[in-house]
Design a protein around this ligand. Structure first.
Ligand code: DOR
Length: 437
């Protein structure tokens, strides 16, 4: 592979507190040199990617997505999902175990790893189940799953409602050092719920899911994390109450990390008006007050990372009436553009946004699985984006099979221009040129 010079961009590497104009040389799949914008790199033979006006940062790492394979290949495959992720600037994605069969044993985990190696274009790290078949009853063999290479455990949208099972999972987390990713939903309270419980659900005549359905399980699992010394990672936080609980737990020294999604950080329940199934997601889009609490949580690091919860579904499924349509938003390809809206509005800083997509998730999964840095000698996972380029979301351009996004037709400001995985350009926008030296 010929060396590649990424020339003259703004290099932001939050893990090393680096934010300066410069160039970066990639050789042998690694970052081999970082220098000033006008410095000449040591190597003489390289192609040049012109990054003038662009941000150059570590490849994005997504702790929470659904790739659907095995079992739901009509919604997504590892090939289509990783291509979509690369278009969104991601070089590492952690995939949830709610496949068919689920990732509750080493055979299915090995299948995902082998398929990702053969057909994926970026790094795929599987998450294993807590219970067999995500049943919430019999525990999965977490030791076997850890040995097979899962990076975390979760029963995803079927959370362990049995406190004893969650206690056991957190005990295993303590001994293995792997996090339990917790979808917090009291199913008795959310049963039949289609969207956030509030004014809009009343207007639409749809059954709602109250904030308390999330807050109750967050509170329980923070208690269990304290009891066991295990590590709970709260998935897709949506309520102001959950943010407060996590903040207080961190102050007490409980081992907790948390994530928020681009859609919960930027959209509200208003999007469901007209019974718009593309805005149906679980947990649901909440209120402006919750969105503000999430942004405060990002800014004081109560919320550690941003994760997409990319959840592709077919058009036929989403065309059904609201209560029959499945929950989920296809999120890889709009993540950066929608999150840059927060930066342009002054809600969060650009460096903090990149930090929560790179260095912080790298710290959670362990750096051997995704560097999250541009330090010399690291594997060359690099994302290059234009912070101000405006574009219209056209789902026909999505590489994901899931066209289910409430952002279809909208203008976003900020666009991924190139993604480099292990030194290889896996995505390049037509606006980016690479020329031989
Ligand atoms: O909206 C969601 N979609 N929430 C979940 O918990 C699961 C996910 C899916 O798998 O579609």
């Amino acid at each position: 592979m010929k060396s590649l010079l990424i020339q003259g961009g703004r290099i932001i590497d939050p893990g090393r507190k680096l934010d300066e104009a410069g160039s970066l040389l990639i050789a042998g799949g690694k970052i081999s040199w970082v220098g000033g914008a006008k410095d000449t790199p040591p190597d003489a033979d390289y192609d040049v990617l012109d990054a003038k006006g662009l941000i150059v940062c570590p490849g994005f790492i997504d702790l929470h997505c659904h790739l659907r394979q095995p079992g739901f290949e009509e919604k997504e495959t590892i090939a289509s999902g990783t291509t979509a992720a690369a278009r969104g600037g991601f070089t590492t994605v952690c995939c949830m175990p709610n496949t068919e069969p689920p990732l509750d044993n080493k055979t299915t985990v090995n299948y995902v790893k082998a398929t990702a190696a053969a057909e994926g274009i970026i790094r795929v790290l599987p998450i294993g189940c807590i219970s067999l078949g995500q049943s919430g009853e019999e525990p999965a063999d977490m030791g076997e799953l850890a040995a097979a290479g899962v990076v975390a455990f979760s029963d995803d949208g079927e959370p362990a409602l049995n406190s004893k099972l969650m206690r056991r999972a957190l005990e295993y987390s303590r001994s293995s050092g792997l996090p339990i990713i917790d979808h917090c939903e009291d199913k008795a309270l959310s049963e039949g719920g289609q969207m956030n419980e509030g004014v809009v659900s009343a207007e639409l005549g749809l059954r709602g899911i109250p904030n308390a359905a999330e807050d109750i399980i967050v509170a329980r699992d923070l208690e269990l994390a304290q009891l066991t010394g295990g590590w709970v990672h709260i998935a897709h936080v949506t309520t102001g109450g959950a943010v407060d609980l996590i903040r207080r737990a961190k102050e007490k020294g409980i081992r907790v990390t948390a994530e928020a999604t681009p859609h919960h950080l930027t959209l509200t329940e208003e999007r469901v008006k007209g019974r718009n199934t593309s805005a149906k997601v679980n947990p649901p889009l909440r209120t402006e007050r919750d969105v503000k609490a999430l942004i405060n949580g990002l800014n004081d690091n109560t919320i550690d990372v941003i994760a997409t919860d990319h959840a592709p579904h077919t058009e036929a499924e989403k065309r059904q009436q609201f209560d029959l349509a499945p929950s989920g938003i296809s999120g890889f390809e709009t993540a950066l553009g929608s999150l840059m809206g927060l930066v342009h509005r002054g809600d969060i800083s650009l460096v903090s946004l990149i930090n929560k997509l790179t260095a912080v998730p790298a710290g959670i999964i362990g750096k051997k699985y995704g560097p999250g840095t541009l330090a010399t000698g690291s594997l060359a996972d690099v994302t290059i984006f234009d912070p101000t380029l405006e574009w219209t979301v056209d789902t026909k351009d999505f590489a994901s099979k899931g066209k289910n996004t409430p952002l279809a037709g909208e203008r976003l400001k900020g666009r991924v221009m190139a993604t480099i995985y292990g030194g290889k350009v896996v995505y390049r926008d037509e606006g980016v040129t690479i020329e031989g030296s």
